[in-house]
Design a binder for this molecule. Sequence first.
Ligand code: FES
Ligand code: ZN
Length: 303
Amino acid sequence: MIKLNYLGESLCKECFLRYFEEQVMRVLKGTGLLSRLSGKLVVVATSGGKDSSNALYILKELSESYDYEVAALLVNEGIKGYREHKAKALRALCTRLGVNLIEVSMKKEMGVTIDQVALLHERGKLRLKPCSVCGVFRRYLMNIYAKEVGAEYVATGHNLDDEVQTFIMNIIRGDLQSIVREGPVTRPHIGELIPRFKPLYYLTEKESMLHFILRGLETPYVECPYAKLSMRYQLRTMINSLEQHSPGTKHRLLRVKESLRKKLGQQIIQQRLRRCSLCGMPTSHDICRACEIKIELERIIKA
Ligand code: FES
Ligand code: ZN
């Protein structure tokens, strides 16, 4: 039996897998996505880790009933001792599921690996931490390549724990725009941004892990060596400990976020986007964040 503390219920394997799928359907139906997926291509942004593998697995499984196509996209950020192991597991999963895998190299596209970025940060030459660069470049490449293969949607493996951490991070940064924007589906402002959705939005990290194991999925348990440097990592530890003392904390935080999104959504006018003067991608500034970081890195590396 599997105990879900915050529900106060224990579920058998079959009931848990049904519950898991229901929570994914909650995202697909609740956002109106399900009725729009037919005949479309969904690209799943995958890393080879448990969450994005779960997202890929379940979206592929539902694709026959709802008549849409699925492909996987991997951005190889060039982290030695980590990326090659995860990529190997992902390739095996894609073969097992019969899903096409698109592999994109960060080094080739942006001129650097995250190993190089981490070294520059460690030496005090770059203020930005590896995760900040990785996140921006990853989203940027994901959007470009998903568009290139004709995808209408990008799905990511973010789970409830990730959402709650992001919520607290946005509070700390005072970023109300992002609180409003970050829901189960992120709608684009203008054509170049492909809508993103999060099938695991209502599922905790623990539930994601259970699903991964029960479905017989596999991944080497190596963590990104730079994860510990991020604010997210600290928040993760803190929120997990709060959840242990007071079960249901994560779900309550998610509910607070959802009601804030509803209330703030009517008051906050989202920034108008224009095109990056260098690459043409949507941005709220003259130059998009990815181009800005790329230029800064080129300058540091040349110096
Ligand atoms: Fe690997 Fe952030 S760079 S988790
Ligand atoms: Zn740009």
